[in-house]
Design a protein around this ligand. Structure first.
Ligand code: FUB
Length: 340
């Protein structure tokens, strides 16, 4: 499907149309699905979109979400349960506005909902809420994770029992306002020839509510071993990091933002560096593209969203899922799920 012409230009054909795509809810607008298998069921932790009337801008102010719902199902294509309100912004003491893409993790029977939200000074941090059920409701801690910033947390459990949080996103996600864990108070973007801003990784402490280390850069390299450059908009990281492990290879997938792809890169360890491979999912209807990948009942599944249910409104999205195929050589079959 993909022809590499030289190191910086990749000429792509359009991805294959998936055979079957399931929509999870026809009642709620939802987005940014993070899927996990808990207690033998498939649980999905999405953003909950709604019409708040805030005009669209490049900072994503129109994504003005206020709460989360959790979905679950025990068979793909079967009934999807909406477990109701899982967490509301009014119940997060430090929160100001904009509850963006969440994730969840389980450890020793306790469930953790990780959520990015702006604080009362309009700066994104990542909060945690706990529950004894994967469906919630979740109770938020009084403060965000110390040392957390920006948004789009994704918590990956490795086979050795360690948990890592990947996070970050540029533009409205504010990652460009941080350097070495310090808040710069303004945008500082690299020039087009400099390495792109990297997503972050931090090992989680056993308590699952704090980092065991300073967040580090997750490098994405091209096939020559050079960092993907900030001006390489078709391949550079923008937001929506997700990591899955398949056959001892770590796959980092992410949105390229203004070029609207879900791209992926591989490594032999969770910290990377990761080497860019290609596109998993072509642009969907709506500006954002955001996904997760999980194995369930012997198959791999790609969760994503698009704006087809709202007739193309970028801030009113719907979560979908379709099968994800790893090719025999470990590459991932590229898909195009565009629906007008
Ligand atoms: O849903 C709000 C933001 O839009 C997410 O945090 C980003 O990943 C993008 O999908």
């Amino acid at each position: 499907d993909e022809v590499a012409t030289n190191d910086s230009i990749v000429a792509d054909t359009i991805g294959r149309t998936p055979d079957v795509v399931y929509t999870l809810s026809s009642k709620l607008y939802t987005a940014d699905p993070s899927a996990h298998v808990f207690e033998g069921k498939l649980y999905v932790y999405p953003s909950h979109d709604f019409e708040s009337g805030i005009p669209e801008d490049d900072l994503g102010s129109h994504f003005n979400m206020e709460d989360y719902h959790v979905f679950s199902m025990d068979s793909v294509g079967g009934e999807v349960t909406d477990h109701g309100l899982a967490l509301h912004i009014d119940d997060v003491p430090w929160a100001g506005r904009q509850m963006w893409a969440p994730d969840a993790a389980e450890k020793e029977g306790e469930y953790f909902l990780y959520f990015p939200v702006k604080d009362k000074k309009d700066i994104f941090h990542i909060g945690v809420a706990k529950s004894d059920s994967p469906a919630g409701p979740f109770k938020a801690l009084d403060l965000p994770i110390e040392g957390s910033y920006s948004m789009d947390p994704a918590v990956f459990e490795d086979t050795d029992g360690r948990y890592y949080m990947y996070f970050g996103g540029i533009w409205g996600g504010q990652l460009q306002q941080w350097k070495d864990g310090k808040y710069l108070g303004e945008d500082q973007y690299p020039t087009d020839d400099e390495p792109a801003i990297a997503p972050k990784i931090a090992l989680m402490n056993d308590d699952m509510v704090s980092f065991a280390e300073e967040p580090k850069d997750v490098l994405v390299l091209d096939k020559n071993g050079d960092p993907i450059k900030a001006g390489d908009n078709a391949r550079r990281f923008f937001e929506a990091a997700w990591v899955h492990r398949y056959n001892d290879t770590y796959y980092l997938s992410y949105s390229t933002g203004d070029t609207h792809n879900i791209a992926y890169a591989i490594a032999d360890n969770p910290y990377g560096p990761f080497t860019y491979q290609g596109v998993i999912l072509d642009p969907v209807l709506g500006w954002t593209n955001h996904h997760s990948i999980v194995e369930y009942q012997g198959k791999w599944w790609l969760f994503f969203h698009d704006s087809s249910m709202s007739g193309g409104k970028t801030h009113l999205r719907s979560v979908k899922m379709t099968e994800l195929i790893h090719n025999p050589d470990g590459t991932i079959l590229r898909m195009n799920a565009f629906v007008e």
